[in-house]
Write a protein that binds this ligand. Structure first.
Ligand code: NI
Length: 270
């Protein structure tokens, strides 16, 4: 097994331990004879020097990935890049976003900075950082709430740290559920709670990409000031269309991704 395959297996193990529903969906698709290929994996971070996108993507770059495109989410104050493996098309795309911390309030920035400064970055193993989880201790619920008030994304990162925010099943590679409609029906039949922000299906054939996702699961977490339930990860599904020249669209749509980010909002959106 290549080092990159072990990397993906470890990332998946960490992700499914936080999100057993993804494993359950994965296994029910396999039991129906499906072969699951990941379209992309998404990760989150803050844009500080030692943990920004360019820093935490170093393992991927060393292992055959290259940067393809960057994106900006003005309202959510996020910057993102997507990476693709140079030779192996079976490896998933990697989408990494970072919060533009300096664009928030002084109170927010102070919490983010103290979190950042609590980590001894010189001791961090960057080959393993993407599945290292929380590199900080003593989570405080009051601070969590302050972050969450300005950015749900920041609150998620505070309580989940470095781990796959979502894996994404390639609908194109499925046999029985090989359209967005068929897969959506399968999920609804299995009573899976879906993200309905902007409609269940984000994107369209005209835009060359359709995506949908589950709502994130949650976990009980011990904060210094009590035990509370916080969102963890979600599972996504994507269908890619071809350009007129026959090449598959391999990018991302900012309008759709903007809504997908909301899969970690702990709200009852039924
Ligand atoms: Ni995604």
């Amino acid at each position: 097994m290549d080092t990159i395959d072990i990397f993906f297996e470890t990332l998946w193990a960490k992700y499914t331990s936080e999100n057993p529903l993804a494993l359950k969906i994965h296994e029910s698709l396999i039991s129906e004879g499906e072969n699951i290929v990941n379209d992309h994996i998404a990760l989150r971070t803050f844009n500080f020097e030692m943990c920004g996108i360019d820093k935490i993507s170093s393992y991927l770059i060393k292992n055959g990935y290259e940067e393809i495109e960057e994106y900006f989410f003005i309202e959510k104050k996020l910057h993102a890049k997507h990476y693709q493996h140079k030779t192996n098309k079976n490896h998933p795309l990697i989408f990494i976003s970072e919060l533009e911390v300096e664009k928030f309030s002084d109170k927010f920035i102070a919490i983010a900075k103290s979190l950042y400064n609590s980590v001894d970055w010189s001791n961090v193993n960057y080959d393993k950082i993407l599945y290292s989880g929380l590199l900080w201790q003593n989570l405080n619920y009051n601070k969590y709430k302050i972050l969450k008030e300005e950015s749900q994304y920041a609150a998620w990162f505070y309580t989940n740290g470095f781990s796959a925010n979502h894996f994404t099943v390639s609908i194109n590679k499925l046999k029985k559920y090989n359209t967005t409609e068929k897969l959506t029906q399968f999920l609804i039949n299995n009573k899976i709670k879906l993200n309905k922000s902007g409609g269940i299906i984000k994107g369209s054939e005209e835009l060359l990409l359709e995506q949908l996702s589950t709502m994130a699961e949650s976990k009980e977490l011990y904060f210094t000031d009590g035990k509370h339930r916080v969102p963890t990860c979600f599972y996504e599904f994507a269908y890619r269309y071809n350009y007129k020249n026959g090449n598959e669209f391999r990018g991302f749509l900012t309008n759709s991704a903007d809504k997908i980010f909301e899969s970690t909002n702990l709200v009852d959106n039924d």
